[in-house]
Design a protein around this ligand. Structure first.
Ligand code: 9D3
Length: 252
């Protein structure tokens, strides 16, 4: 019996989409080793009418369909009854809070998770109000919440104790936090006119560390200046920033 087994349930109209890509790679091993179990439940199985209808037209008129409250409510009750106490329910919606690494760490602590994937224009407001959390994966339009649920499970499962072969990668993630990664090289030292920066072959680990920090900063400044605003540079980074600025001035 695995003490740390997590139980994740997904309510969806397309249960055949799961586990999908989660059956491969790191998450696939986590599933095989019972660090986590994923169960997809079809919301349509909780309809009681002959045609198994899960949606209806919106009150007040307008285009599109809304997910009916009754099947969803019954599916939610069935899922909650299977999950351990303290398992948050999460609605996948473009109106949700943007998913983040901080949220992944928080959700990795829960004994279970209940993901609900909408299709159509949305779900009845009276059901929406019963969720602990509403999450989005970003400002673009997808066809449903299934891929977002898989994406979130991927980010969460790799954080579970024992899932990553080398937990050093996790502490490195938190060490170099909020900065883009520095360039990586492997053999050969010369490849198609391109050579590996000499400092990386020098064996001087203090210099290598500083070079990597500087290149991380260069990339972050170029591609994600918002990260520098949100997480201001420490003393060493301030010095590295002055060096980068001097490089720019030397160029012009
Ligand atoms: C084009 C229809 N939209 C305006 C009425 C509403 C809409 C409803 C449902 C748009 C997309 C969806 C399906 N998407 C999700 O359920 C979803 C999602 C997304 O589309 N983008 C980012 N994160 C998420 S989480 C769930």
């Amino acid at each position: 019996m695995n003490e740390s087994l997590k139980q994740y349930i997904v309510l969806t109209l397309f249960p055949e989409m799961f586990p999908g890509p989660l059956a491969s790679s790191i998450t696939g091993r986590a599933l095989d080793q019972n660090h986590v179990g994923i169960e997809a439940i079809n919301i349509r199985d909780f309809t009681t009418d002959k045609h198994r209808v899960v949606d209806d037209t919106p009150y007040g008129g307008g285009s599109g369909m809304v997910m009916k409250p009754e099947p969803l409510s019954a599916a939610l009750a069935a899922a909650r009854a299977k999950l351990p106490e303290g398992s948050p329910s999460i609605l996948m919606t473009p109106q949700g809070e943007p998913f983040s690494q901080a949220r992944a760490h928080e959700l990795a602590q829960a004994p279970g998770l209940l993901f609900v994937c909408g299709r159509y224009e949305g779900i009845d407001e009276r059901i929406r109000q019963t969720f602990d959390l509403e999450l989005s994966v970003g400002d673009y339009v997808l066809s449903g919440g299934e891929l977002p649920a898989m994406l979130m499970m991927d980010a969460i499962i790799r954080l579970l104790p024992g899932v990553l072969g080398n937990p050093e990668s996790l502490s490195e993630e938190s060490f170099q936090r909020h900065r883009l990664e520095y360039p990586q090289y492997t053999r050969p030292a010369q490849f198609q006119e391109g050579e590996v920066p000499a400092v990386l072959l020098s064996g001087n680990h203090a210099k290598i560390r500083r070079w990597r920090r500087k290149e991380s900063l260069r990339r972050t400044l170029q591609r994600r200046p918002d990260l520098l605003k949100q997480y201001p540079p420490d003393k060493e980074e301030q010095e590295l920033l002055r060096e980068l600025q001097a490089e720019e001035e030397a160029k012009s």
